[in-house]
Design a binder for this molecule. Structure first.
Ligand SMILES: *[C@@H]1O[C@H](CO)[C@@H](O)[C@H](O)[C@H]1NC(C)=O
Ligand SMILES: *[C@@H]1O[C@H](CO)[C@@H](O)[C@H](O)[C@H]1NC(C)=O
Length: 271
């Protein structure tokens, strides 16, 4: 590449820093015609340690925010019964679109959440491997995020940790039936039939963690209401391997405890 071509490529890649961010499809980041491929990543200079460097204005909170996600979920985090929130996802008996955004695999679906007196609309759900949140310091092979936005543009995420087990969750098996078809970033396919009643019951019949954190991808916006089931879902090993082959690695490192100095800010202060 010539110097100019290099510059142009970098300028182009910086122009849309959060196209496929984890708020993709919400009011903050509306869905576009074709599947956008993310310009941030999880390795080297595109990775989480340099998200601030990709756009110091847009991504400032990634390096300075004091309520960043993901975190270690321990006894300091508030819990509530899952029945205190109303989580609904429409059924897609013929499957839904399944997209590879380069940084995650995602399914745009409709649904709703009523939590802490606020009503939200569902935009999509997507996956991280390994899990982003930890529970008592332990990580899990995967994590699912259902991303909602409210009329006032605030964001809520319902999260499920996913463990390996012998009896796979039928919903996850149906979501991932065709994951091998979207190995290339930007590609799409269709999931198997999706029915969310058992997942809604899973959330409603177990304890949840609740806290106010951030998006786990650029621009790392804060004020995100997290509701995470304390009881993991289960995936079988072969399906897990197939997902990992496509997604590779897309987990932001564990952030400092809520309200404490951002770990990158701390490092900068120490230099
Ligand atoms: C950085 O993000 C801001 C939006 O916060 C945008 O206006 C600006 O163009 C971006 N800069 C680059 C170099 O992409
Ligand atoms: C969600 O609902 C809207 C409005 O009813 C509809 O236009 C859209 O196609 C739906 N999206 C999905 C993914 O079902």
């Amino acid at each position: 590449m010539t110097r100019f071509a290099q510059f142009a490529a970098v300028a182009l890649s910086l122009a849309a820093p959060a196209l496929a961010s984890c708020d993709y499809g919400t009011h903050l980041n509306p869905r576009s015609e074709s599947v956008p491929i993310s310009t941030f990543g999880y390795t080297g200079l595109t990775g989480p340690l340099n998200w601030f460097g990709l756009n110091e204005t847009a991504n400032k909170l990634c390096a300075t925010g004091k309520n960043q996600s993901p975190i270690n979920l321990d006894s300091s985090i508030t819990t509530a019964h899952g029945s205190s929130v109303t989580f609904k996802v429409d059924a897609y008996p013929h499957g839904a679109e399944f997209e590879n955004l380069g940084t995650t695999v995602e399914v745009p679906v409709n649904g709703s959440l009523v939590a802490d007196g606020k009503s939200y609309k569902l935009a999509q759900f997507h996956f991280h491997t390994p899990s982003e949140h930890r529970v008592d310091l332990e990580y899990f092979p995967m994590e699912a995020h259902f991303v909602f936005s409210a009329a006032d543009k605030s964001t809520a995420v319902v999260g499920f940790l996913i463990n390996l087990g012998l009896i796979p969750d039928p919903l996850l098996a149906s979501v991932f039936a065709s994951v091998g078809m979207i190995a290339t970033p930007g590609s799409t396919t269709s999931t198997g039939p999706l029915v969310f009643g058992p997942l809604e019951n899973h959330l409603n019949s177990n304890t949840i963690f609740k806290y106010s954190g951030s998006l786990t991808t650029p621009p790392c916006s804060e004020g995100v209401s997290w509701y995470i089931s304390t009881k993991p879902l289960t995936i079988d090993e072969i399906t897990y391997q197939r997902v990992r082959d496509v997604v590779k690695f897309n987990s932001r490192y564990t952030q400092n405890s809520l309200g404490e100095i951002n770990l990158l800010q701390n490092a900068a202060n120490e230099l």
